[in-house]
Design a protein around this ligand. Structure first.
Ligand SMILES: [Mn+2]
Length: 310
């Protein structure tokens, strides 16, 4: 049980994954608030040295450190499907809280609910089951992850149970306006310009069912945006009625290709990305590929998609 491991530990390190999102940070943040009630030493760790400024509204992000403490005797990871994304080669006791279907189950305890829309939902339900009181800070952190992973409640899985969770979190002190502003009204001009260019260059293949985007470093340099800014356009493409799959191939600065795949159920995105040592969810997944050309990986993935949708 997570609780007995927590009770036994002296120094607990909470791990948000590499290039963290609101779900990973929000889950770890809520846990940080909870652990402050115990008399234990806590470290909030993330391998990425720079956390996106738009996530700074989530409590305790100022505590995030990219140095892993050597005396930690318990680690808890949040929203991290693969061991590699922890960014640290930790071999001690580890609890793995997640909702990715591709989760590698690398923990000593794996608390994984692949039906949950966010890891913050997994944490929320765990808090309820253990009778852990959720304060305003915790509610806001949990709500931010819920909002981000459901794309502002646009996920078709958002039904009564998700809206009652959201309702309860608002009652407990979550701030809807702050989360909307932090997650959706915080675009940079560079990312918007990039989106415009990407939409101009978008190709529709497989009879228009697949929207294809290719991004190189020249485009990023010209717009001033980063590779991380590219993914948002996939959701725009998915909003086209005819499109049921969207694929992004981005050339990384240090070489290799970053792949992101979205699907509305036509294909299993996680399964396709796992063939490239990536993973994620059925409807959105990704991978990083190094020893293949962009053309080769594009043709391979299009072929995989074609086989599944025909
Ligand atoms: Mn998540």
């Amino acid at each position: 049980m997570p609780l007995s491991l927590i009770n036994e530990a002296n120094h607990i390190v909470l791990i948000a994954h590499q290039d963290p999102d609101a779900d990973s940070i929000g889950s770890a943040s809520a846990f940080y608030s909870y652990l402050l009630r115990t008399q234990k030493k806590i470290t909030f760790y993330c391998v990425s040295p720079h956390i996106h400024a738009h996530l700074s509204f989530i409590p305790w992000t100022d505590k995030i450190s990219n140095r892993f403490p050597i005396d930690a005797d318990l680690a808890i990871s949040f929203d991290c499907g693969s061991f590699a994304r922890l960014g640290v080669n930790y071999s001690g006791v580890l609890i793995n809280f997640d909702h990715h279907i591709s989760n590698e189950q690398y923990g000593m305890l794996n608390c994984i609910d692949t039906d949950a829309v966010s890891t913050t939902q997994v944490i929320y339900e765990w808090f309820l089951s253990e009778d852990i009181k959720i304060n305003g800070k915790m509610a806001n952190a949990l709500y931010s992850g819920l909002m981000d992973d459901t794309k502002c409640f646009r996920d078709p899985r958002c039904g009564m149970s998700i809206f009652s969770m959201a309702h309860r979190l608002l009652e407990l002190g979550a701030n809807h306006e702050q989360c909307v502003n932090g997650l959706y009204n915080s675009k940079t001009l560079a990312s918007l310009r990039l989106q415009g260019e990407m939409l101009k260059r978008m190709k529709l293949v497989l009879d228009g069912q697949l929207a294809l985007f290719e991004v190189d470093q020249e485009l990023l340099a010209a717009t001033g945006a980063s590779l991380g800014d590219c993914k948002a356009v996939l959701d725009e493409a998915m909003a086209l009625k005819i499109v049921n799959t969207a694929l992004l191939l981005g050339v990384r600065k240090k070489g290799g290709i970053s792949v992101s795949l979205r699907s509305d159920g036509a294909v299993n995105a996680s399964e396709i990305m796992q063939r490239y040592q990536g993973g994620g969810h059925r409807d959105r997944a990704g991978a990083r590929v190094s020893d293949t050309s962009l053309e080769q990986i594009r043709d391979e993935i299009i072929e995989s998609i074609r086989k599944e949708i025909e």
